[in-house]
Design a binder for this molecule. Sequence first.
Ligand code: GLP
Length: 244
Amino acid sequence: LKPTIFQTDEEIVQAVVQKIKALLESKKEKIVLGLPTGSTPLGVYQELVRLHKEENLDLSRLVTFNLDEYFPMDSKNPQSYTSYMFKHLFDHINIDKKNIHIPNGMIGEDVINEYCQEYEKQIEEAGGLDLVLLGIGRSGHIGFNEPGSFFDSRTRLVVLDETTRRDAAGGFFGIEKVPKLAITMGIGTILSSKEIILLATGEHKALIVKQLIEEKASRKIPATFLHSHPNTHIFLDSSSAGEL
Ligand code: GLP
C-alpha cells in the first residue's frame, strides 16, 4: 500500500470527490457507495452538498450502504449514524431515499443474523459496491471491524474496543453511555468493493497509519487487510503521515 500524501484537507476532499464524479460520469445506471461516519469524511459530504446545491450535481443515481451503526441505537437518537448521515448529507442532496441503507440499530437481537445476511444480500442485489470510503479508528478498525476480525468477515454484530469507546465518549457525554456493541459490514464485505479509499487526517492517526502501511496483514490491525485489495488508495494529510 503506497499512500498519497496531500498538503491540505481541501486537496483530499477534491481527490475523493473527483473519484465519485468519475463514477457518476460513467454509464452505470446505479453507483453503489459504502459510506463511513466520523469527523474524517465531513469535508467530502460538505463538498457533495455544495456541488449539488451550487452546480446542480445530480446524485439521484447513488445507492448507499453505510458501514456501521451502534447497537442498540434508535435511529432518531442524535448520536446515531443515521442522524449523522441525514444531517450531513442525505437531507441536502437528491438521493432517492429508498436507495439509502444504514444498519438498523434497533433490530431485535433474535433476528440480527438474518438481518445482517439481508444487508449483504441488498448490497449484492444493488450490483455490489463500486467504491467504499473509509476512515480508520485508532484501534486499527475499519467500519467497526475491531482487532480480531477475520479477513473474510461479513456484516455482523460486534463488540467495540475500549479505545474506540473512549474515542467516542465525547459525543456521548461519558464512556459509560457509549454502546458496547455495533453492527458493521465485515472486512470481506469491504474487500468485495471494486475500489476503496481510506482517509486519515490529523496527528492522532499518525501511529495507526504507520502500522497500517508498514505492518503485514493481520487480525491485530484489521485495516491491514486492505493490503490484499488491488484497487485501494490511502489518502493522508501531512500530520497523519508524520510517522512514515
Ligand atoms: C468510528 C467509525 C469508523 C470511523 C472511525 C474514525 O468509530 N465507526 O467508521 O472511520 O471511527 O472516526 P473519525 O473519522 O472521527 O476519526
